[in-house]
Ligand binder design. Structure first.
Ligand code: IMP
Length: 434
């Protein structure tokens, strides 16, 4: 049975939540491998909107097992806020949701460090989600992180927090001009979270291995997107983890040969939230229309997203670094009535033409997107349930996305509701989705 990774091919917010929700019905286990509660996965069912930040969207499908892997950074307060809300809505999490005992935790001082460092960066600030993500990964890589297993043992927790605060409080006092943190308060708080976390903790690599060996299929749920990946994204305007499919193996403790296929989720246009280059950004009425019709406001921070045309250079790169087998194109309905549509096929960066994503995008003085036009469609794609019901121009737009990205389109989403999905049969998706 196939195990499939689902990744964002742009700058996050591709609409992965809805696609994971759709796929979750067809998979047994849904596992997150990176990021934290900086993500915001929106699912709309029966008119009710659910936004999940940390718990895999699969939790909304009864009977499915969900995993938060070792590669995720967990803010216990955010996790339990989400768990409590789900429980109130009758969604059981105990015995269905497993958190890796090796996952690193976000601590209160990570928020302090992030606020301090973003402020010091001034105009070069990353524009983070202020969830403490970067500093938590910094501690992990710097080997001073605190893992979920550590807060089960109060002595271990106290020793680690005391040692970390030695350095952190110096930073607070002398560099960031902020109040120092009190060790006992954090120990108290995290020992409490430890108690609550205990029944959720597991060696999730082992659980996944057992599931895979038993023939159950696993969906690896990515957060953020390719161009926010710390290695492959528009560095330094990225998040601090590997959002690309390569992160599955290290972030969950499963061998790369366990990933049978990669599904890339791509919006029919482009959005970005936070700082950093976005070559196809539109600061005109079309950009505003995309924002209004697409309700392009951050699911986590509420910030307005920057909007623009579909970027095939970014898409091609995503196909390559993730090994995408198939694309799922989301929010096609947002393009209803826009004519012509434009697709960026190359960039001119400081006078040099690039067909492939250059590494110097963030330091470039001038980026000029090279566009080709595609006819828009009259009428609407909303309500269609088969590809034959799409206007010819919408079909042609999807075909052009395939051609310029080098990846076959297997599905298109044409509305916010769970049911608003059109499959394009006959492609690689048929072999990947049980
Ligand atoms: P951080 O992940 O909070 O450190 O933020 C780093 C960059 O990634 C910022 O530009 C954020 O706006 C962006 N970012 C982080 N998570 C998401 C997401 O889930 N969707 C879109 N952008 C995100």
């Amino acid at each position: 049975m196939p195990n499939v990774a689902l990744v964002g091919t742009q700058w996050g917010d591709e609409g992965k939540g809805k696609i994971v929700d759709w796929l979750a019905e067809r998979f047994d286990v849904i596992a997150r491998y990176q990021g934290g509660n900086n993500a915001g996965h929106t699912v709309i069912h029966d008119g009710v909107k659910q936004v999940l930040h940390l718990v895999p969207s699969g939790i909304l499908r009864p009977g499915k097992e969900c995993v938060i892997g070792n590669g995720v950074v967990v803010d216990p307060e955010a996790l339990f806020k989400e768990i409590d809300r789900l429980q109130e809505q009758g969604v059981e999490t105990l015995g269905r949701l497993w958190v890796s005992d090796r996952a690193h935790l976000i601590l209160p001082y990570h928020h302090g460090i992030e606020l301090g460092s973003e402020k010091r960066r001034g105009k070069d600030a990353i524009g983070t989600t202020s969830r403490g993500i970067g500093p938590a990964y910094q501690d992990k890589m710097g080997r001073s992180g605190i893992r979920a297993i550590d807060c089960i043992d109060r002595d271990v927790l106290a020793a680690k927090i005391a040692s970390n605060l030695d350095v952190v409080n110096d930073l607070m006092r002398h560099l960031y001009d902020r109040e120092p943190f009190v060790a006992d308060e954090i120990v108290e708080q995290y020992a409490h979270w430890g108690e609550r976390l205990k029944p959720y903790l597991a060696d999730t690599s082992l659980r996944l291995d057992t599931a895979i060996r038993a023939g159950r299929n696993v969906l690896f749920e990515g957060a953020q997107g390719t161009h926010l990946d710390v290695d492959h994204g528009t560095y330094p305007f990225v998040t601090s983890s590997n959002a690309t499919s390569g992160g599955v193996s290290s972030g969950l403790g499963v061998g790369p040969n366990r990933v049978d296929g990669v599904l890339g989720v791509t919006k029919a246009y482009t959005t970005r939230v936070g700082s950093g280059p976005m070559p196809t950004q539109l600061d005109d009425e079309i950009g505003q229309k995309l924002r209004d019709v697409g309700q392009e406001y951050g699911a986590t921070t509420g910030r307005p997203r920057r909007c623009g045309w579909f970027d095939a250079v970014a898409a091609r790169y995503a196909v390559r670094v993730n090994g995408c087998d198939v694309f799922v194109v989301t929010k096609l309905d947002v393009l209803d009535g826009i004519d012509p549509l434009r697709i960026c096929v190359a960039y001119e960066v400081d006078g040099v033409r690039h067909e492939e994503m250059p590494a110097n995008l963030t330091s470039a003085k001038e980026i000029v997107p090279i566009y080709e036009d595609c006819p828009g469609w009259k009428g609407s794609v909303i309500g269609a349930r088969t590809i034959d019901e799409f206007p010819e121009e919408a079909k042609a737009y999807l075909r052009r996305i395939e051609e310029v990205s080098g990846c076959s389109v297997g599905m298109a989403s044409n509305g916010a509701e769970r049911e608003a999905i059109v499959q394009l049969p006959g492609g690689p998706l048929d072999d990947l989705v049980p």
